[in-house]
Design a protein around this ligand. Sequence first.
Ligand code: PLP
Length: 383
Amino acid sequence: MKETSQRLVKAPKSAIRKLFDLASGRSDIISLGIGQPDFRTPEPIIQGNINALKKNITMYAPTRGVPELLELIQKKALNINKIEINWKDNIIVTNGASQAVTLAFASIFNPGDELIISSPNFVSYFYCASFFGVKVIEVERNKDFSPNIEKIRKSITKKTKAMLINTPNNPTGFALTQKDLKEIIDIIIENDLYLITDEVYENYIYDGLKHVSPASLDGMFERTITVNAMSKLYSATGFRLGYVIASKEIIDLMEKFHQYTIAGTNHAAQYGYIEALKMGSNFFKEIWKSFNKRRNLVYDRLNEIGFEVLKPSGAFYIMPSTEKFKLSGSEFSQRIMKEQAVAIVPGNIFGSFSDNMIRISYATELEKLEEAMNRIEKFIQNL
Ligand SMILES: Cc1ncc(COP(=O)(O)O)c(C=O)c1O
């Protein structure tokens, strides 16, 4: 047989999924692996989806999304993100943030273009880039996980087309400060680049930091592709709905790719998303408090156990170093699964600079987190 796609052959299967699969059959395992909140999807969202199905909304949806949903996203963009848009021109509904990222790549890149990413960073960006023939220029983050502005400046070449940021960040838990963001924006404008900004964790931000959407800032709208989804805020990862906000020119290009690859997203599910956006974000206050508690617990315990670890300011991940224990992140992750039944993702899947790190997701109930921390402590004591 002739050779199959080398781009796909070379991409490993998702290590997070593998871990998830390994853990799912075993009741003794506590999973700190998955990036999925543990609260139930709010009832109005579920009812919205069910009611749509009952009304026989089972045909193709409009390619860019149901107008009522687009109008609500426009409102949310203005009220929450301070981005002024017109729903007819500037939004496309996607299969989660994952496909929104794919559309971002499809719309601006040509093979050979370079994309700057601070590393470690979310695993999908690296493979999505390879599928589109884009060269990723990984720039190692500073020790505190902030972007290394000087190195970013030095990594720009004639081929640089864009930078991709994800704040609050998976896997580091780092949230950009206003100062970091201003520096990034200066680079984008000075070098005539695009900015892809993945904001799926915008609500999971702590210590008084405020999420700022780059597209809301002066001179940025036309060059910014904003990615977001209902997945994390509403604990609705299985709805597979998200969106892109961008200029009319970019959304028009995305629509073409959409038409020939997915034709649109799940029609009835979009009515669930409509109900979600009608709810506002007040329901999230208690959930936020709970996640903040978990963040404090995990950080304090990891510190006590002796990890070198930074307190995350966003998302629901924490990324300690395993170097002190003379274990790579992979060794740590494999051994703790075997010896203490805790599923933790090794750092090396998030780029080239995190071999000696692990990513812990604290989107798990407090009791389980406490038990997981006790198991981690035992594991370290037995080394
Ligand atoms: C930073 C980031 N972007 C995108 C996604 C994918 O989101 P979705 O489930 O909406 O496709 C994830 C999921 O973990 C993520 O962490």
